[in-house]
Design a protein around this ligand. Sequence first.
Ligand code: MLC
Ligand code: AMP
Length: 468
Amino acid sequence: MNLIQLFDLSLQGRRDHVALEFGGSSYPFGEIDARSNRMAALFQARGLRMGDRLCVYLSNCVELIDIYLACLKLGVIFVPINILYREREILHILADSDPKAVIAAQPMPGTVPLWLAHELIPPVEAARPSSSLDGDSPAALVYTSGTTGVSKGAILTHNNFAVNAINLNACWDISKSDRFLLALPLFHVHALGNGLHCWLTSGCRMRLLERFEHQKASAEFLDFRPTLFFGVPTIYVRLLDFPPAVAREVGGFMRLFVSGSAPLSPQVFEEFHSRFGHAILERYGMTETLMNVSNPYSGERRPGTVGLPLPGISVRIVNGELQLRGPNVCAGYWRREEATAAAFEDGWFRTGDIAERSEDGYYTLLGRKSDLIISGGFNIYPREIEEFLLEQAEIAEAAVVGVPDKLRGEIPVAYIVVRTPIDAAALDTRCREKLASFKVPRDFVMVEKLPRTALGKIQKHLLPPWTA
Ligand code: MLC
Ligand code: AMP
């Protein structure tokens, strides 16, 4: 079955029910279906064919959903680009995915044909395109950084997404009577693979926000009165700022809060529990595998752990590393045979996460094999920032590390050895121009030299401790 056939439970089966609220308007499922038929007709007229890639650089909006569903209907491979990315990050994805076009709200770097979102005017009516896609067809390429610093496109198939949505709907008891508030960005699998797919598979009502804004969050909760919410830990830290009476009221109508993409501290779990009266359900996933392991909906939600493997997914630990196998694992990295081969060991996907399993089967993540930094749920590979810093004529050596941060979990800090003087403010400006804001080092610490092994490898753990 392809994803559209699965979503027809809602697109066709609940066509008159309200599906989506965005920006003060609401849309029934039938209209979501019809809008994407029209978008698909426009894409066909512009020459998009099955297997072509289409890059999309947009923040959350209804048109983004139309574009995604139109791609699924045509078998066009959807390639979302993080809206916070700047020129060098965008150019890499455009070159690597080799798309027919890129859709954006503003001019884009590079030579790929640009379709401005506001100039996409679909025909007034169009039938659904016929397609014979099967579940193994690629639905999306989602770019994830690698330890090598090169961002790679994980090939996610219709089956990968379908299995993920069916698992989550079953295990988290998501149904058509839920009211789902989604504030995460649709360019990542948390909002796309979990949010959008659980919504369309279950037929619940979703209110989509352009982004999470902590000043407006309590008003959104009180106005929409959701039953279901997905967040990253940084968002839960923000929700702790709700006045106690608001937290209690929200806790009263909510059914389930889910956290993932970065570790949720047991302190935040406990504090949230006492204020909202809810045990946050923590789960663990990856771009390449979608969701793997989850705390149970009905059993014990154990703080500090990510719970038990989801249905159909096998987990093993080899030399401390969590490896897994199942219908959720992506079909490899786009046009990178070597990286794909290196990602598997005897058919098991190597997550790079270090984990342990309790006697009763709960998994706890202890860290990562690589020096990946996760800040506010966004991934940062130090090497990418180090390479950028080393391109600056004044810098001789650079090492970037993650330091703990109460709100974001971790933040990047750069240690540098200068060749000629340069101040932190100038470096900050240069980084801001070229890198996504979450990758810009919070501080630039000037040191005489970097600690190295006899073989010259930088020993990051020996860097002087950073203080704010
Ligand atoms: C954050 N910013 C955004 C943005 N989110 N800008 C535009 N659109 C968005 N969606 C920018 C802000 O402009 C600001 O930049 C900085 O990020 C911090 O913003 P803030 O307003 O202070 O937000 P804050 O309350 O800290 O919350 C940030 C956040 C955001 C939690 C809303 O980090 C976020 O949306 N994170 C989710 C990431 C995610 O979905 N990850 C899933 C990966 S998939 P400046 O310039 O002022 O610093 C995965 C697999 C899995 O990992 O298991 O799920
Ligand atoms: P990404 O490449 O953006 O998909 O990020 C995947 C990584 O996020 C995983 O390999 C983990 O390191 C991390 N991650 C996801 N969920 C959790 C969680 N609940 N706790 C700790 N780390 C997590």
